[in-house]
Design a protein around this ligand. Structure first.
Ligand SMILES: Cc1cc2nc3c(=O)[nH]c(=O)nc-3n(C[C@H](O)[C@H](O)[C@H](O)COP(=O)(O)O)c2cc1C
Length: 192
């Protein structure tokens, strides 16, 4: 099973970095698999540690993809990395082994500390829609725009029916990114 989380790492100059990533839990390890090039990968290779932040605040996923990375952080307990100040839980990890791959190396990490902060309050369909849109936004340069727009039409149903203010904000930020990409306003490219 893959779980969508926020990985925090530390730049060599001490600044914090955060990125949404899909992780896998094996019995003893957590596997993080960043596609090259990746700042998370560089930071983990240099610093050998990270924090896996479990959060249902989908604004953080959407924020990372729309230039909003100013989320409150606090120091982790056992590794020299910051963690999200507000999350449901977090796990601090140390890098144990790297399974090399030219495209997507697998970082096999050992959990050293886990803490729960808030209870899980149930699934929300709008949160799932935001996560799906966030994935699409992270791949806009590789997906046909027609397909992206069709998927958005479907995902929007759950947002309209079930979103709270956080989910609505996150959705709006991601839609802005899609529109900017479509019109070329983000400096990448316009409609094909
Ligand atoms: C829910 C979600 C899961 C993601 N999972 C991964 C992943 O497992 N590996 C990856 O390289 N990028 C993943 N991405 C995309 C990265 O978050 C994004 O490309 C990021 O900018 C790259 O990471 P970096 O900050 O380490 O360079 C994911 C994005 C989302 C929204």
């Amino acid at each position: 099973m893959i779980q969508e989380v926020i990985i925090t790492t530390r730049h060599p100059d001490g600044r914090a970095h955060m990125a949404p990533m899909g992780i896998r839990h094996t019995g003893q390890h957590i596997i993080i698999a960043p596609f090259r090039p990746s700042t998370t990968l560089d930071n983990l290779l240099a610093g050998r540690s990270a924090v896996v932040n479990y959060t249902d605040d989908v604004r953080i996923f959407a924020g990372c993809l729309s230039g909003r990375t100013d989320w409150p952080l606090v120091d982790a307990q056992q590794v020299p990395v910051s963690r999200l100040a507000e999350s449901l839980a977090h796990t601090e990890v140390e890098l144990e082994t790297v399974k090399e791959d030219p495209e997507r190396p697998r970082l096999i990490c050992r959990p050293v500390f886990t803490q729960t902060h808030s209870p899980f309050m149930g699934f929300n369909r709008a949160q799932a829609s935001v996560l799906e849109l966030a994935i699409l936004v992270s791949r806009l340069d590789r997906l046909p725009m027609g397909q992206v727009l069709r998927v958005i039409d479907y995902l929007r149903i759950a947002v309209d029916k079930t979103a709270g203010p956080r989910e609505q904000d996150a959705w709006d930020w991601l839609i802005e990114r899609v529109v900017a990409f479509q019109t070329g306003a983000d400096g990448t490219r316009g409609l094909p």
